[in-house]
Design a protein around this ligand. Structure first.
Ligand code: SF4
Length: 295
């Protein structure tokens, strides 16, 4: 992405907050960054509209820091809390009608391959559990069945958070929510397990309590999707507002989930394992270089 797209014209520059200007000048798309570098550059506008302690906002920060080529990445989302911060990251972002994100992402990926045949353009779906596991489940699965070369990242807060707290397919069985006062009757939809048998070449289940694991999973997923096929990362992003815990307890809640129902898990095809081993063996530069040549 050329920073010209997000650089304000002189007349607007005077009006925009310093934060936005910092994002343009020091955003993640200028040079290679990683989760390890968080705090040394601007990956998201601080005054984003998420609630204090939001796990989704933290996951979006980690994702923005972990993308191997943020300047050549298109994020595709759908309505939900994740949308709030994704539009504050200065990454290429496209929103879709609710649930359509994987179909739109697949089309965009095919179009980008035709338009930029000599440049890797990464297309990454980032959406909540409602968008991916409920309303968009059919389109998610079909993009995997068709082996579309896109990455799907679910930010799983286990609830429809921004509409007041309805149960989602990813809510845990028995979970009492604002709008599910009797508790959810059914178990979580096993999307991670579905990814394994539906064509994904790589998958990881992580929580925001493990930032390096999130960063590594996102990076692996994006690099593998470029070459081999669909990849999936499922991140537990606790929601203090709907789960009714204090906002400074988000990491504790995520850590407890790791011991309980959200243990780290990763799968990959033999081809994916071989590809990652090859990447590791080559220099960091080869991993970085998404551009074979400019068109
Ligand atoms: S409702 Fe929950 S998921 Fe949504 S912004 Fe607030 S804390 Fe984050």
């Amino acid at each position: 992405m050329s920073t010209k797209i997000i650089t304000p014209v002189a007349q607007f520059a005077e009006l925009l907050p310093q934060e936005y200007k910092d994002l343009v000048a020091h955003g993640p798309y200028h040079e290679r960054r990683s989760v390890r570098d968080l705090g040394t550059f601007k990956e998201i506008v601080d005054e984003h509209p998420h609630c204090a302690g939001c796990g989704v906002a933290l996951a979006v920060r980690l994702l923005a820091a972990a993308l191997p080529s943020p300047a050549d990445t298109l994020i595709v989302g759908t309505p939900g809390c994740s949308f709030f911060s994704l539009v504050q990251t200065a990454l290429n972002y496209s929103n879709t009608a609710f649930g359509n994100q994987n179909a739109v992402a697949a089309g965009l990926k095919r179009m980008l391959e035709i338009r930029f045949p000599r440049v890797h353009k990464d297309v990454v779906v980032v959406a909540g559990d409602g968008g991916i596991a409920d309303i968009g489940l059919d389109l998610t699965l079909h993009s995997w069945f068709r082996r579309e070369k896109i990455t799907t990242v679910m930010l799983d807060n286990e609830v429809y958070a921004n509409t007041g707290g309805q149960e989602s397919g990813m809510s845990r069985q028995g979970r009492v929510l604002n709008m599910a006062p009797r508790g959810k009757l059914f178990p979580k939809i096993p999307v991670f397990e579905l990814a394994k048998v539906s064509g994904c070449v790589y998958g990881a289940r992580v929580t925001v309590a493990g930032p390096y694991k999130v960063g590594r999973a996102v990076r692996n997923a994006v690099l593998l999707a470029r070459e081999l096929g669909p990849t999936y990362v499922q991140v537990y992003t606790p929601c203090p507002t709907n789960m009714k815990f204090p906002p400074d307890q988000t990491l504790r809640v995520a850590k407890e989930a790791e011991k309980d129902h959200y243990s780290f898990e990763e799968f990959m095809s033999a081809e994916a394992a071989e590809y990652l081993t090859r990447l590791k063996a080559t220099s960091e530069e080869s991993e970085k270089a998404p551009e074979l040549a400019k068109p």
